[in-house]
Design a protein around this ligand. Structure first.
Ligand code: FAD
Ligand code: NAD
Length: 467
């Protein structure tokens, strides 16, 4: 077969594309998805899932090392632990394979045709497919198109990717722990992977251009993470930029805010300076798409400036998160199916899988004040939590931000061990328009770390029980 037609053509089977495809299939639309790599996109293959697997392995290893060096607190002893990163990576690859196969089954169950190959637009409704599959069509014409091409790591002009200079993709495939790792960028990936490699035993230096790690989060939330990084022995240089490789090729040059320069020896340099939408080599120039900076501009129905052409996920801007891509993919499919849908989310939760973890939903106190809201705030520190004490990890807190007049919750943030799982009740509270009283009057099971949410609301109302 050389040519085929369909109702919905989706380019890219990452979280945005595969969610759109499954939903379109469920809604009875004849759907084709074209993906050049393994199903699951960045998130499943080289992003969220492998990084979280590695972080988990690093946590387990670090706790074993702690008991070996033994300050005896928990009475656990183990001797001579060592890390075999090749085995860890093989385990991680198994998880990725399993999930990618799962996506294939889900697409098949929804009646979606999967084509392995590279799609290039000939016009707004037609793509040519470069594929090695003899049975696959070479051109596809569709009534509706969903662009879900995703993103790629930003490459720095002065520090091009090469053998020693790597992106997160190569970092997630290393089979030996680098002795000295310089991480360029103290954002999401830099901190998540930098912490994991430090726990595996690498000597990690993290260089961040801003004055604070994780500059998109407020200083109070980031403080426990910065403190833990220091305890782990990570050397953190804020207000500093990496300006390129040193002449020796075995170190990077850095420049601090005061103009002073230095060299940092590095066996590997992990560049995590952000991600950019993938715009190259798929025929974007054949389409008449309006842009928001470099991103493809969409409206509240994920429609681009071209009729019948939708876009979702990282291609469309910040926050570049898998759960936003999934929600957009579902939305685009439902709009194409004729349902009355629009993006009306109160918030996209942000979770950083650092040590300890960070969650932020809605507005932080400063953002609420900037929005002209007179606020009530409540906090509960994990030092006062029985569960946190019994888990030997009391760093962190939960914070609630509400309107002073009617107590509507406008933001929830937290930092602490395992707090990623609180992103669900935090987001639910905002989407359902919860008041402080709703949180305070909900019985939270004891002893759990989630009691901090209850206590933070009680604190905001001036009736904290355990503070
Ligand atoms: P992608 O997942 O990038 O998928 C796009 C797909 O399209 C790719 O598979 C690509 O091969 C394919 N494609 C592109 N063009 C074509 C073409 N012309 N023809 C055929 N196929 C094409 N987000 C979170 O929410 N939580 C996390 O914990 C998290 N951790 C991350 C860790 C790392 C190391 C990285 C790099 C990212 C992480 N992210 C995380 C971000 C998350 O991976 C992205 O937001 C998400 O994958 C975006 O989904 P997407 O569908 O827009 O694009
Ligand atoms: P990021 O935007 O989170 O952080 C990049 C950091 O690099 C910034 O703090 C920036 O100031 C710094 N920087 C840029 N150039 C620099 C230079 N020359 N020297 C020193 N510092 C420099 O980007 P990222 O960490 O690459 O992650 C990309 C995206 O992937 C994130 O924005 C996020 O959307 C997604 N992601 C999400 C998760 C999660 O949800 N847990 C995890 C990983 C990645």
């Amino acid at each position: 077969m050389t040519h085929t037609t369909c109702s919905v053509l989706i380019v890219g089977a990452g979280p945005g594309g595969y969610a759109a495809a499954i939903r379109a299939g469920q809604l009875g639309l004849e759907t084709i998805v074209v993906e050049s790599a393994q199903l699951g996109g960045t998130c499943l293959n080289i992003g969220c899932i492998p990084s979280k697997a590695l972080i988990h392995a690093a946590d387990v290893y670090a706790s074993v090392v702690r008991s070996a060096s033994d300050n005896g607190e928990l009475g656990i002893h183990s001797e001579n632990p060592r890390i075999d990163l090749a085995t860890t990576m093989a385990w991680k690859d198994g998880i990725v394979r399993r999930l990618s196969t799962g996506v294939d089954h889900l697409l098949a169950k929804a009646g979606v045709q999967r084509i392995q190959g590279w799609a290039r637009f000939l016009d707004g409704k037609t793509v040519a497919v470069d594929t090695s599959d003899p049975d696959a069509p070479r051109t596809i014409r569709a009534n509706h198109v969903i662009l879900a091409n995703g993103s790629r790591p930003v490459e720095l002009d002065d520090l091009p990717f090469g053998e020693r200079v790597i992106s997160s993709t190569e970092a997630l495939a290393l089979t030996a722990v680098p002795e000295r790792l310089v991480v360029v960028g103290g954002g999401y990936i830099g901190l998540e992977l930098g912490t994991a490699f430090s726990k595996f035993g690498a000597e990690v230096t993290l260089v961040e251009a801003s004055e604070q790690l994780l500059p998109s989060f407020d200083a109070e939330i980031v403080r426990p993470v910065a403190r833990r990084a220091e305890l782990l022995g990570i050397s953190v240089l804020t207000g500093t930029v990496v300006t390129g490789m040193a002449a020796s090729g075995a170190a990077v040059n850095i420049k601090a805010g005061d103009g002073s320069t230095a060299e940092l020896p590095a066996d590997r340099v992990l560049v995590t300076a952000g991600r950019a939408p993938l715009l190259e080599d798929w025929g974007l120039e054949e389409l008449d798409l309006k842009r928001n900076d470099s991103f493809v501009r969409i409206d509240e129905r994920c429609r681009t400036s071209m009729s019948g052409v939708f876009a979702v996920g990282d291609l469309t801007g910040e926050p570049m998160l898998a759960h936003r891509a999934i929600a957009q993919g579902r939305l685009a499919a439902e709009v194409i199916a004729g349902k009355r849908r629009a993006w009306d989310k109160v918030s996209v939760p942000a979770v950083v899988f650092t040590d300890p973890e960070i969650v932020s939903v809605g507005m932080n106190p400063e953002q609420a004040r900037e929005a002209g809201i007179d606020t009530l705030e409540g906090r509960f520190p994990y030092t006062a939590s029985g569960r946190a004490l019994s888990m030997a990890d009391t760093d962190g807190f939960v914070r609630v931000v509400a309107r002073a007049d009617d107590h509507l919750v406008v933001g929830l943030q937290g930092v602490g061990a395992g707090i990623a799982e609180l992103s669900a009740p935090f987001a639910l509270a905002l989407e359902m328009g919860a008041r402080l009283e709703d949180l305070a009057d909900t019985i939270h099971a004891h002893p759990t770390r989630s009691e901090a949410l209850h206590e933070a609301a009680m604190h905001a109302l001036g009736m904290a029980l355990h503070l």
